[in-house]
Design a protein around this ligand. Sequence first.
Ligand code: GLN
Length: 474
Amino acid sequence: MTKSYTSLGEIKSEIAIGKITVEKLVQGYIANITANSHLNAFNEVFENEALTRAIEIDARIGQGTAGKLAGMVIAIKDNICYKGHKVTASSKILKDFTSVYSSTIVERLLAEDAVIIGRCNCDEFGMGAANENSYFGPVKNHADETRVSGGSSGGSAVAVQANMCHAAIGTDTGGSVRQPAAFCGLVGLKPTYGRISRHGIIAYASSFDQVGPITRSVEDAALLLEVMAGNDEYDGTLSSTAVPSFSKEIKAPGVKKIAYLQEALSSPGVDAEIKNTLVNYIDKLRAEGHTVKPIAFDYLDYMVPAYYILAMAEASSNLSRYDGVHYGYRSPAATDLASTYKRSRSEGFGKEVKRRIMLGTFVLSAGYYDAYFSKAQKVRRLIREKTDAILQEYDFILIPTAPEPAFAIGKLEKDPVVTYLSDIFTVQASLTGAPAISLPAGNNSKGLPLGLQLITKHFDEQELLNFSKYFLEL
Ligand code: GLN
């Protein structure tokens, strides 16, 4: 069994003294994947390919020509295209689909000598917060196998948690990197919208979707961010803002002003131990000389509705491409064009995906567009303005990542709206496009990991990473 390393730096120093090789690391991770296959974290393991690449990378390390991710063995969420490999978005509709090109991020990770060990289970098309909406079944939390991994990048988080790889790449539309990272005791970073190319990422809601790393350390998150970020002619939403060498520039943050959401402590919907953890950190930060103040956020109750109206509208449009004609699943019972569409989509999509396509179509329909879609866009603007105003006054907003720790598999509320409400703390950064990070903040009395989240100004990931490293050492 490979031991678990906190950062790539540790792996590199062991490689340098000949204690470990990339090949041995991959062998160790594969042994862990086999031993933990019941957790259901992987949809596919690229065993032979990963071993072959590891041997090549070991040779490059010997020659001194290896890239900066040499020694980093990663897994990717199964909605990230990797040429010649299957990509399913954990949906029946894509279960036999093979990528015809690689996403920009996969190309960049490979160019720096990362090894991709497999593709990870997730909620179907990223729609969910427990990984229970996967065609391939739920992912179990390694801290307590009766509980969920979180979602939608649940497989990616558990793959790192159970040491089946060193780090993983997920996507975050409304919390899908941060929340499973919190449920699994890991660091989960959602960069600023426009920071990382979405070319070759299966779209869920395009004005929200972002790629993000799930790691054990802030240093690794910084390193993966700097490798993946930056201009790409294939994604028109990308910013031309310069990409710093985040990992090299991590430094002590200095004295900061931090706002925390009053409701996080007063709301009966937030778990008591999470409240205590937040209070402890507030006390520690104050003791260290930082200014930490409560704020009220007037639009709190509108965040989840605005997010879901817009995300579902965008999803209904993005998922119209799965029609049984162009690619993906085609119903064997189809007899003509209309039945090809209807049957392929009815049989190919899962229940939650269909619910969202229908609701999304409804909010975009001629009679309801103004009442729902257009109004939600206006609310999004207000939330953005209010959040920006807070971040003019404060350096960070500190809130829990999720209102409760990992819950029991199968417990999920039958009422989907109750489930959607559990995204209350993650959608603010998604609606505003701001960067946010979930940081491990210890375990509760049952041994379940808890996460706290920091949000900061657009494109200020360096400050976020600086403070995060410091925060983890508090
Ligand atoms: N839970 C949210 C949703 O279902 C977020 C998912 C995500 O970020 N992909 O939309």
